[in-house]
Design a protein around this ligand. Structure first.
Ligand code: 3PG
Length: 215
């Protein structure tokens, strides 16, 4: 059975400022670096064989810290990037107009193909995340990869594995440096293929990780 670990990057300056990132970027905060070292210590115990990361700066830095602990090289895969949030990237959440807030909410309010102007839909994001996840099945037998990605990207991936449409309302909180695990398997009581073993585990963190209200 193939086990794939999913880690969201450490807290960034723009997470803390409640500034929308998307495929724009900001550095990890001191707390974010601490989170990354703590998730790395947890990853060291998991027998990780490959680290595959979004190529954005915040995931790259988190992956570097995990790779040092696990003794792995890093493979960068742009399919693991965060949702492209178009014209709202770099904007602070509390500065959005009613119309702009409507664009953001339509991404995840059950509207198929909702998108922020010049951005990606959740369906487009989910499709590329599944491509990146399924590429893990081509790794040598016995591999145990760890993917480093983003909140919307991993939330959409896990939710769609659970059978929800990509554009479903979000009901899964994935905090910074949380660990989730998905398995590709066959078993009598579960659907064949990908299943969710754990989602959003932060038991390895000793400091609170921001939630959606705080970021
Ligand atoms: O700001 C964003 O783009 C999302 O809300 C979270 O993205 P992140 O997981 O890359 O911080």
């Amino acid at each position: 059975m193939l086990q794939v670990y999913l880690v969201r990057h450490g807290e960034t300056q723009w997470n803390a400022e409640r500034r929308i990132q998307g495929q724009s970027d900001s550095a990890l905060t001191e707390n974010g670096e601490r989170q990354a070292w703590q998730v790395a210590e947890r990853a060291r115990t998991l027998g990780i064989t490959h680290i595959i990361s979004s190529d954005l700066g915040r995931t790259r830095r988190t992956a570097e810290i995990i790779a040092e602990a696990c003794g792995c090289e890093i493979i960068f895969d742009a399919r693991l990037r965060e949702l492209n949030m178009g014209v709202l990237e770099r904007r602070k959440m509390d500065t959005l107009t009613e119309e702009e807030e409507g664009w953001r909410r339509r991404l995840v309010d059950g509207t198929p193909d909702g998108r922020i102007p010049e951005g990606e839909s959740m369906l487009e994001l989910s499709n590329r995340m599944h491509e990146a996840l399924n590429a893990c099945r081509e790794l040598p037998a016995g591999s145990r990869p760890l993917l480093v990605s983003h909140g919307m990207a991993l939330g959409g991936l896990v939710s769609t594995i659970l059978g929800l449409p990509a554009w479903a309302e979000r009901r899964l909180r994935l905090r910074n440096c949380s660990i989730s695990r998905v398995d590709y398997q066959q078993s009598p009581w579960l659907a064949s293929g990908w299943v969710v073993e754990t989602a959003g585990d932060i038991s390895h963190l000793d400091a609170p990780a921001l939630d959606e209200i705080q970021r």
